[in-house]
Design a protein around this ligand. Sequence first.
Ligand code: ZN
Ligand code: ZN
Length: 264
Amino acid sequence: MINLHPLYSSSSGNLFHIQTQKSNILIDAGVSYKAINEGLKSIDKEITDINAVLITHEHIDHIKGLPLLCRKNDIPIYACGKTAEYIENELNERNIKNNVFKLEYGQAYKIKDVEFTPFQTSHDAIMPCGYRIKSGDITLAFATDLGYVSDEVYDNLKNSDFVVIESNYDTTMLDFGKYPYPVKYRIKGNLGHLSNEDSAYTISRLAKNGQTNFLLAHLSTNNNTNDLVLNTLQDVLKRNEIDTSLLNINIASKELSNEEYFIC
Ligand SMILES: [Zn+2]
Ligand SMILES: [Zn+2]
């Protein structure tokens, strides 16, 4: 059993909570420490319940709350090699005691009843990753902040019971929006983010493989809306002749949400 709470998810800040029988784990800590506590309170948890924080990469919308979290608590932080070194240095420079562990892509690690494996994503960060998380016979695959879905990413999403995947931007909204050209170029590039089409196409492939549970996450604050995500998804699924009545697809809220996904 895995209980998933997408407490905050957008290009402005990310915090996911995962509960299993024996553990409470956060993925990312990209909102203020105050907001982390508010998020946990909304699901009747406290920061002292947390056994570990898994970090995907060092962008501020994923680590904003880490310094205060580490200053006030002794919770182990996990991140891939060079990302872990970067976080450790940042904390050491501020004289914040920390407990940062270095992960390797493709290696499985254990925290109580949870096994997790980081996998490489393509993003303009030091050593970005997604996570494949297993508890009992349930697997959750998590991938936000990636420019494209590589074979490696796809293999890690494949055959999981629940997929969290980024659906970052609507191409037209981005193209005609007010971001400067280099920023648009970065977002659309292989080291940027997945568009609604990219994400819909990946969901089609996974649905053809028999997977049914998806959560679309990390929507851009300025270049996306829930309606645009759903319209694109419907188009792409229809084009690929997929029966949408069999699918369970949701969108993570940009604001604090205590929505719960019970994966069993
Ligand atoms: Zn991000
Ligand atoms: Zn990022």
